[in-house]
Design a binder for this molecule. Structure first.
Ligand SMILES: CC(C)(COP(=O)(O)OP(=O)(O)OC[C@H]1O[C@@H](n2cnc3c(N)ncnc32)[C@H](O)[C@@H]1OP(=O)(O)O)[C@@H](O)C(=O)NCCC(=O)NCCS
Length: 180
């Protein structure tokens, strides 16, 4: 089962079809979608997108999948660790936040919860994320999480990744710096 995850300010609840209207609010904003599809999308598009995400690709039994994030009662956005096709030991990181909550550390905080969960509880060996060169916010968030750009599979399309060993070293280093 996907557990509820907690950060200092965020509660990440396992995403269900009941969250679709909140997810649709995100996709209505062309700024949120600028680097994703380049345009806002309808409720029908969102329902299709999530039918796939909450369908067989989600490895519910191992604890992978998607979460709806709240700060108190406010919906902030979603975070996901999907199961990449043909890569059973990996997780594909993604996130999408409401514009009014950008640049307040929530993107990083939620992604950190999901990455830590993937490595420490699910036991994935590698986490990767796809983004585009023009998405400065996404790239900065991935870099802050210690993912490295490892590939440019098409011009302007970037793959970031971190292995379990790299994550564990980063955790140990962080603990050392905080005196723990
Ligand atoms: C990407 C996204 C989740 C980032 O969320 P956020 O809450 O604004 O990010 P944070 O506040 O946690 O910031 C994380 C880091 O990114 C940096 N950052 C955030 N937005 C930035 C921007 N527009 N340009 C440059 N750096 C940016 C922050 O400064 C911070 O780094 P720092 O602490 O070293 O200064 C958010 O912009 C978003 O939802 N965008 C639309 C959807 C999207 O593009 N998703 C990714 C698809 S690949």
């Amino acid at each position: 089962m996907r557990p509820t995850l907690f950060g200092p300010r965020l509660r990440l609840a396992p995403a269900t079809l009941e969250h679709i209207k909140l997810f649709a609010e995100l996709n209505c904003d062309p700024d949120v979608m600028r680097h994703v599809t380049g345009r806002s999308s309808s409720l029908t598009d969102v329902e299709e997108e999530w039918a796939g995400r909450l369908g067989p690709r989600t490895d519910e039994s191992r604890g992978l999948g998607y979460w709806a994030g709240y700060s108190g009662t406010r919906f902030i956005g979603w975070w996901g660790l999907g199961v990449p096709a043909g890569e059973p030991d990996a997780g594909e990181l993604g996130f999408r936040l409401k514009q009014e909550h950008w640049r307040r550390g929530f993107g990083f905080e939620g992604a950190r919860c999901v990455v830590d969960h993937g490595f420490s509880t699910v036991g994935v060996r590698r986490i990767w994320a796809g983004t585009v060169a023009s998405n400065a916010a996404s790239r900065a968030t991935l870099t802050k999480l210690a993912l490295r750009c490892i590939d440019e599979p098409a011009p302007g399309v970037l793959t970031y990744a971190i292995t379990f060993e790299e994550w564990r070293s980063a955790m140990l280093e962080e603990r050392k710096l905080s005196g723990g």
